[in-house]
Write a protein that binds this ligand. Structure first.
Ligand SMILES: O=C(CO)COP(=O)(O)O
Length: 250
C-alpha cells in the first residue's frame, strides 16, 4: 500500500513570520496518517525543519542543482538541502521549466543527484492548455515522464506529480475523468518501464488549484496518492483540511 502524501509548495512566499503557520500546521496534523511535507523557500529550510522536529510534518526544497558542488553562483546542491533538513525536493516544476528553460534531461540529472544525496525527488509533469486543446496531453506527459525519471528509479526515491499547467494558480481544475485518464496512463507507463513492483510503489500526486473544497473528489480518483498544493498550503487553516480529506480517502 502506498503511503498517501500531502505536499505543500510555498513557491517564492514566506519569511520568518510564516514559521508560525508551520507550527500551527504541525499541531493540526499531529494525528495525520498521510505523510505531510511542506516545501518553503530555501531561506527558511533550516528553521522550518527545526519548527517541525518531532512532528508529522517533513520539510522539502523546491529545486536543486544537478552538480554535487562547484562554481554555480546562487545555486544550492542537494547535499546542502539535505544538510539544512530537507527530506525531499520538487524538481521540474512547470514554473522552472518555463522560467529557467529546464529540460527533461536537466530534471533527470537533478533527480539523480537529489536521490544520491538522500532526498526524495518529486518530479513534476503536466501539459499546457495549448497541448490539451491540441489533444496532446498524454503524449506530452508520457514524454516528460520518460525523459525526467532516472533509470534506476525506485518506489521510495521518486514521487511523480501531475500538474496541468493551466490548472496552476488559476482556480481551474480538470474533471475527475481528466485526472483519472492521466493518472492511469502515468501508472501504466511506470509499469511498462520499471515493472509492477517498482511502479506500484511510486506515488502519483495531483497538483493544480487543490483546495479543501475539491480535495475529497480529487482524492477519490484511482491512482491519486495525494496532492501537490500551492496557494492553499500557505495557511495551516487551508492545508490541514486537505490533509484530513486525504486521511479520510480510501
Ligand atoms: O504549482 C502548484 C504546486 O506545485 C499548484 O499551485 P496552486 O495549488 O496554487 O494551483
Amino acid at each position: 500500500m502506498r503511503r498517501k502524501l500531502a505536499a505543500g509548495n510555498w513557491k517564492m512566499n514566506g519569511t520568518a513570520s510564516a514559521l508560525t503557520e508551520l507550527g500551527n500546521l504541525a499541531y493540526s496534523c499531529k494525528s495525520a496518517k498521510a505523510e505531510v511535507l511542506i516545501c518553503p523557500p530555501a531561506t527558511l529550510l533550516y528553521r522550518a525543519a527545526n519548527v517541525c522536529v518531532d512532528s508529522k510534518v517533513n520539510i522539502g526544497a523546491q529545486d536543486c542543482h544537478s552538480a554535487t558542488y562547484g562554481a554555480h553562483t546562487g545555486d544550492l546542491s542537494a547535499e546542502m538541502l539535505h544538510d539544512a533538513g530537507a527530506t525531499a525536493v520538487i524538481l521540474g516544476h512547470s514554473e522552472r521549466r518555463a522560467d529557467h528553460g529546464e529540460s527533461d534531461e536537466t530534471v533527470r540529472a537533478k533527480a539523480k543527484t537529489a536521490i544520491a544525496a538522500g532526498l526524495t525527488a518529486i518530479i513534476c509533469v503536466g501539459e499546457t492548455l495549448e497541448d490539451r486543446e491540441a489533444g496532446k496531453t498524454l503524449d506530452v506527459v508520457r514524454a516528460q515522464l520518460a525523459g525526467s525519471l532516472p533509470d534506476d528509479t525506485s518506489g521510495t526515491t521518486v514521487v511523480v506529480a501531475y500538474e496541468p499547467v493551466w490548472a496552476i494558480g488559476t482556480g481551474k481544475v480538470p474533471t475527475v475523468e481528466q485526472i483519472a485518464e492521466v493518472h492511469n496512463d502515468l501508472r501504466a507507463s511506470l509499469v511498462k518501464r520499471f515493472g509492477g513492483e517498482t511502479a506500484n510503489a511510486i506515488r502519483l500526486l495531483y497538483g493544480g488549484s487543490v483546495k479543501a473544497s475539491n480535495a475529497k473528489e480529487i482524492f477519490a480518483v484511482a491512482h491519486v496518492d495525494g496532492a501537490l498544493v500551492g496557494g492553499a498550503s500557505l495557511k495551516a487553516a487551508d492545508f490541514a483540511p486537505i490533509v484530513a480529506a486525504l486521511d479520510a480517502s480510501a
